[in-house]
Design a protein around this ligand. Structure first.
Ligand code: ADP
Ligand code: MG
Length: 421
């Protein structure tokens, strides 16, 4: 089969590498792709991930047999709907189902209606009403823009004044455009966070190994939020007891709720959990593989990803056996100095071959070729993943490999895999 993957980050590199292993895949394309993906797929850099028409045209022109739509934007924009309407099989939820991610109010309403454990919340479409409500509440409290906001639409406010400021910026400041026109104000939950990615075809739901990521830029979970500085799987916090409870109280009810609401979610449902004193609760859903969790989870998959994706689309997931390597994986991010603030690109990267010679896999997030050199081209530059028989072994192996890689200003955290933060 000729397969096209949409996207161009570390997550797409991990998806492409896994698809390239499949005997079902004879040719792999990626739009736009990146310098690392170019080692396993033919990249089409001038078709952007948000260009739905361009993607359909590319798939037609190339006679592609199957498209995997990975990022959130094209899913919310109806990329799967458009491809399927054009007769091109595609993996990922249709836009309506992708609202599980693209509208936090949509998913919150679903959770409320079906009794799925999550933070208590109120929805506001009017700024004055939201501010008046905040006067009746106590801090800490969480303010969320309804729509996609590049991971910047959530404020965990330490004071009511800070929460009001966030509401004003979202609803009046237009900081997130339409995404902030409606907001959720929700109870602040306390607990550790775990991610459960699930394959689902709308009838069957198969959780992958649970993972954790580290979002803050500096050690000890300090500094500003990033897209993720490191991730590991399986999560030791996700004990068999918590896994069973999550399945019974959250995953199966979510599958049933979506069906009862009359829509079919096919693809990867990302369930972000907080393990609270009252049990696991949903922080949010995403409608796709998470970037960075994927770079720790997919290397542990001991099955044919292409076969799984086809089965999901054809609603035959129950027939597929999905196994996991009985190991741990850790992914360490090498970021540009200054990220997530201002940083410079174009720094020459060396040492990737040495890192890979140690058995690690180096996923490219923000790189490009400049002549013969590989240079930095993003905030998060590389993700170095290694496996081990224990989490400790995986983390140590990933760090040993990551230390082989150099570019000016490179920054990585030194405490990825720590369960204290
Ligand atoms: N109700 C809540 N209580 C405590 N922390 C929260 C709550 N909702 C979100 N957070 C924190 O904010 C982060 C981002 O929120 P999330 O809903 O995942 O939005 P997004 O990933 O779209 O930015 C979460 O990972 C969590 O750390
Ligand atoms: Mg999140």
């Amino acid at each position: 089969m000729k397969v096209l993957v949409i996207g161009g980050g570390g997550r797409e590199h991990a998806v492409c590498k896994k698809l390239a292993e499949s005997p079902l895949v004879s040719e792999l394309l990626c739009a736009p792709g990146n310098a690392g993906i170019a080692q396993v797929a033919r990249c089409v850099p001038d078709v952007k991930a948000t260009d739905v028409e361009g993607i359909v045209a590319l798939a037609r022109r190339e006679g592609v047999d199957f498209v995997c739509v990975t990022p959130d934007d094209p899913l919310a924009l109806g990329c799967v709907d458009a491809l399927e309407a054009a007769g091109i099989p595609a993996f990922g939820p249709i836009a309506y189902a992708a609202q599980m991610e693209s509208s936090k109010i949509f998913s919150k309403n679903l959770m409320k209606k079906y009794g799925i454990p999550t933070a208590k919340s109120e929805t506001f479409t009017d700024c004055a009403a939201a501010l008046a409500y905040l006067d009746t509440q106590s801090a800490p409290i969480v303010v969320k823009a309804d729509g996609l906001a590049l991971g910047k639409g959530v404020v965990v406010a330490a004071t009511i004044e800070e929460a009001k400021q966030a509401v004003r910026e979202m609803m009046e400041g237009g900081r997130f455009g339409q995404s902030g026109a409606r907001v959720l104000i929700e109870e602040c939950m306390v607990g550790r966070e775990v991610t459960v990615l699930c394959f689902t075809d709308g009838k069957t739901l198969v959780p992958m190994v649970a993972s954790q990521d580290h979002k803050r830029v500096f050690d000890g979970d300090r500094g500003p939020n990033t897209g993720g500085m490191g991730a590991f799987a399986p999560s030791p916090l996700f004990t068999p007891e918590i896994a069973a409870r999550t399945r019974e109280e959250i995953l199966m009810p979510t599958l049933h709720a979506m069906a009862a609401e009359g829509f079919t979610f096919k693809g990867v449902l990302y369930v972000g959990l907080m393990l609270t004193a009252d049990g696991p609760k949903v922080v949010e859903y995403n409608a796709r593989f998470g970037d960075l969790e994927t770079q720790a989870v997919l290397p542990l998959l001991d099955a044919d990803l292409m076969q799984i994706m086809m089965a999901v689309r054809e609603q035959r997931l129950a027939e597929v056996e999905i196994r996991w390597k009985p190991q741990s994986a850790a992914c360490i991010v090498l970021a540009s100095g200054g990220y997530p603030g201002k940083y410079e690109g174009g720094k020459v990267i060396t040492g990737i071959a040495q890192a890979e010679a140690m058995g690690a896999t180096v996923y490219h997030a923000g790189t490009r070729r400049e002549g013969d050199a590989l240079v930095t081209a993003g905030g998060r530059v590389l993700g170095v993943t290694a496996l081990g028989n224990t989490l400790r072994e995986a983390v140590d192996a990933a760090y040993a490999a990551a230390r082989q890689i150099h570019f000016e200003g490179a920054h990585m955290r030194s405490d990825i895999g720590s369960l204290d933060c």
